[in-house]
Design a protein around this ligand. Structure first.
Ligand code: FES
Length: 371
């Protein structure tokens, strides 16, 4: 297969794991020292990691738990999940002094100019970017911060000590309310509204499993803005509220709900359409994902990621900017051109891998395999 053209190369750099901190029974913070260049990031953003597990190169994005304004070290916090190839590999194999490959930082789950209180809602490891945001906003503004953190049980609570220390450091400005599923059942809309109380004008930041996020988003009374951090792969229809958001790790995406309340998320699958291709367009896009095979008519200028969504699938993605490789898949027939490539190596391109968020087919028909 011909290699994609029009690509920009960039990349991953090596980082040393300088410390590993046990945050809970199944969550670890990995403190990282990049070798080549400092990582510039904003609170709430995430970074893509490239690791080789059993000979397979895998990409996962994990949010920073550090904040640039308060932490001299770069930290990410990863929760172990059943079947999570990368998260479990990191837990089982990484020791201090080991090296990782670290990609560019991206994400839009960031602070906006505002004087309103920040309301953080986390389910399980969704607390990771919210801790980063809280540290940043407390250090750089006078805003109040109120967090409602849902966890499976006491042993699963992440950042207990860090949040206790922050609360002591910012008396009157930081409130942390804990909810444990084990004693209180799953968090519900009434509890969310009761927590918000008179702070409906506050800016809400929501991160956790899909069902948790949907419940919180629907419960929030407004009129404050809602910003959400979603995860880019399918989750069970009714996951436990405080379960880790993603089975394979933590491929984070950053759609948001804007101040108008317009949901701009792009993570939801759209139903397959039987609409005919525009005039002049022929051919098909066939996508294999999670043991499903779907074919849709090819549309001019549409990326493979967009085609996959149009086919009713829920493909993995994060940055949608060609930076993170979360959306990687292999073209097994046909050819596509990448608009931007800031993540894949020449070898990977030669093998047929593409960033589906940037890959536009330039053959009539194409088949892409996410497996
Ligand atoms: Fe990040 Fe495609 S979603 S490169």
């Amino acid at each position: 297969m011909a290699r994609p053209t029009n690509v920009q190369r960039a990349g991953f750099q090596t980082a040393t794991v300088t410390r590993i901190v046990k945050e809970s029974v199944d969550a670890r913070t990995f403190v990282l020292r990049p070798h080549e260049q400092p990582i510039t990031y904003r609170a709430g953003q995430f970074c893509t990691f490239r690791v080789t597990v059993d000979g397979e190169v895998l990409y996962r994005s994990y949010s920073m738990s550090s904040a640039p304004e308060t932490d001299s070290e770069l930290m990410t916090t990863v929760k172990r999940v059943p079947g999570g190839k990368v998260s479990n590999w990191m837990h089982d194999n990484l020791t201090e002094g080991d090296e990782l490959e670290l990609g560019p930082v991206t994400g839009r789950f960031c602070l906006r100019e505002s004087a309103a209180p920040l309301l953080g809602f986390s389910g399980g490891s969704g607390i990771t970017p919210i801790l980063s945001l809280a540290k940043s906003v407390l250090a750089t503004t006078d805003r109040r911060v109120r967090l409602l953190c849902a966890d499976r049980d006491a042993d699963s609570m992440i950042f207990g000590e860090a949040l206790t220390a922050l609360t002591a450091r910012y008396p009157g400005r930081l409130e942390v309310r804990r909810h444990l599923d084990s004693s209180g059942g799953f968090l519900d809309a009434d509890a969310v509204r009761a927590f918000v109380g008179p702070d409906g004008h506050g800016e809400a930041y929501v991160c956790g499993p899909e069902a948790f996020m949907e419940m919180v988003e629907n419960a929030l009374p407004g009129p404050g803005a809602i910003y959400s951090e979603r995860f880019g792969t399918p989750v069970p229809a009714t996951p436990p509220v405080s379960a880790d958001p993603i089975a394979g790790g933590a491929a984070v995406v950053s759609p948001e709900i804007g101040p108008s309340g317009t949901h701009t998320s792009v993570s939801a699958a759209t139903p397959a359409t039987a609409a005919p291709p525009p005039q002049g367009e022929t051919g098909t896009v066939t996508i294999l994902l999670n043991r499903k095979k779907k074919t849709v008519p090819r549309r001019a200028g549409e990326t493979l990621l967009e085609s996959a969504r149009r086919a009713g699938l829920v493909p993995p993605f994060s940055c949608e900017a060609g930076n993170c490789a979360t959306c990687i898949a292999k073209v097994t027939s046909g050819h596509a051109t990448l608009r931007v490539n800031e993540a894949l190596t020449d070898d990977e391109l030669d093998e047929g891998y593409v960033l589906t968020c940037q890959a536009v087919p330039d053959t009539d028909s194409i088949t892409v395999d996410y497996e």
